[in-house]
Design a protein around this ligand. Structure first.
Ligand code: SAJ
Length: 419
């Protein structure tokens, strides 16, 4: 049975591009989101998020009437759930627990419109067991239908996990070109899922089971987190030993089997700093390296802030007539990674905010990808302006505009090694 109508639940950074991609292949797509503003924006053919080339895709899909957005689910042949899976915020806990409430709400919302033959796919990055949990919620809500956990290959509803793996900033290309990991709850679930994704995926669709697919996604992001932690730890070791970490990494990477990543001010974004906790919280006694890597990366912003404080003291020792009030600090970059405008979960932004909160003098921010910011004691200025006014320069994000400049001032904290 082919898929005539596809519903995508959650129209964010993953759901909206995915919905638009199906629509571009002339599938009827119903996008669902609880956010009325997002729904209205999409129905005007516009987008509420920043992602290269997505605006054209959405505008064409809406104009040709292949894509519409709604707040309440409607019947469809396949449902893709792409909602957030953050961790529960609780100050006291050492290991954050995943919050599956958005998946539960999405499952409850689609349950009333499910019909025999439908396929439900969980795309959200999820802890191991979440797909089975989602299927259990659906089965509880729809006792008139059978599900794979009880009926296997004969189930009325097929359920699978197919984690999203696209890189923010390259979503439109990677959606088409990346391989997909397909974890069906039965062989039939996987086969149906492959059939659906083959509508636009040019990469290979590799079949496994749901639990392995969940773990595969968490492993990819944890692997990157561990590798970045290694680079961040090296940067702190090298600082103690008076060695240039950038030269060191470049030298070590000349070995044919060594490929060290780059240190920075910490790890940002909503994936790599979150997903490893989903492994650690399930297996806290065993996931030692993954846990330590998270702690190393989470500690890096504090280390940078401490470096800035030391620089202020050194500056005042060299300029005894000045007080801290006379010292201007400039922070270069606020985004969570280079050449994007996304400030969410950004260590650069956290560091700048912390400096602004504690420093009595001026704090300037240079962020070429945004036009305004409203945070106490942070003044958004141009590159030229900061260069003429600043006493202490703090490089936080290696945006392309910053790579062109050469800085020879005495007081530089360069977390990206570009000056
Ligand atoms: N970073 C470093 N040093 C490096 C590389 C990155 O400090 O050498 C930092 C970045 O500055 C940033 C953070 O790590 O703060 C994460 O950036 P990223 O570019 O590594 O990854 P994301 O979060 O934009 O996207 C990741 C991707 N996962 C992998 O590359 C394994 C993407 O494919 C996933 O789909 C995405 O997470 C997700 O949604 O899970």
């Amino acid at each position: 049975m082919s898929f005539e109508t596809i519903s995508v639940v959650g129209l964010g950074y993953i759901g909206l591009p995915t919905a638009a991609m199906f629509a571009s292949r002339k599938k009827k797509v119903i996008g669902v989101d609880v956010n009325q503003h997002a729904v209205d924006t999409i129905n005007r053919g516009e987008i509420h998020i920043v992602e290269p080339d997505l605006d054209m895709l959405v505008s064409a899909a809406v104009q040709q009437e292949y894509l519409k957005a709604v707040t309440t689910p409607e019947p469809a042949d396949a449902f893709l759930i792409a909602v957030p899976t953050p961790f529960k915020s609780c100050e006291e806990v050492v290991i954050p627990e995943p919050d599956l409430s958005y998946i539960e709400s999405a499952a409850m919302a689609i349950a009333p419109v499910l019909k025999k033959g439908d396929l439900v796919i969980l795309e959200s990055t999820s802890p191991v067991g979440a797909t089975e949990q989602m299927a259990a919620w659906l089965a509880e809500a729809r006792q008139d239908l059978s599900f794979p956990q009880a009926a296997g290959e004969q189930a009325d509803i097929n359920v699978a996990h197919c984690p999203e793996r696209v890189l923010p900033g390259k979503v439109v290309t990677e959606l088409v070109q990346n391989d997909r990991v397909i974890g069906g709850m039965s062989k039939r679930c996987s086969e149906r899922c492959v059939e659906l994704y083959k509508t636009f995926v040019m990469g290979e669709c590799v079949i496994t089971n749901a639990r392995t697919a969940e773990m595969a996604k968490l492993t990819e992001n944890s692997s990157r987190d561990v590798q970045i932690a290694f680079a961040n730890e090296l940067s702190m070791i090298c600082d103690e030993l008076d060695i240039d970490v950038w030269e060191l990494i470049a030298l070590a990477n000349r070995h044919p089997r060594v490929n060290i990543l780059q240190p920075g001010p910490g790890v940002g974004g909503h994936c790599i700093a979150v997903d490893p906790w989903f492994i650690v919280s399930k297996t806290p006694e065993t996931a030692k390296i993954i846990h330590t890597a998270r702690s190393v990366n989470d500690h890096k912003p504090e280390w940078v802030i401490n470096k800035v404080n030391v620089a202020v003291t050194d500056f005042l020792n060299l300029n005894p007539k000045k007080t801290a009030k006379d010292v201007t600090i400039a922070c270069y970059g606020l985004a969570f990674k280079p050449d994007i405008d996304d400030l969410r979960e950004s260590p650069a932004l956290d560091i700048t905010k912390s400096i602004a909160k504690n420093h009595v003098g001026k704090v300037l921010a240079i962020e070429p990808n945004i036009t305004s910011i409203e945070i106490d004691n942070i003044e958004l200025v141009s590159l030229e302006e900061s260069l003429s006014k600043t006493d202490i320069h703090v490089m936080l994000v290696d945006h392309r505009q910053f790579k062109k400049m050469k800085l020879n001032d005495a007081f530089i904290i360069d977390t990206k090694g570009i000056w």
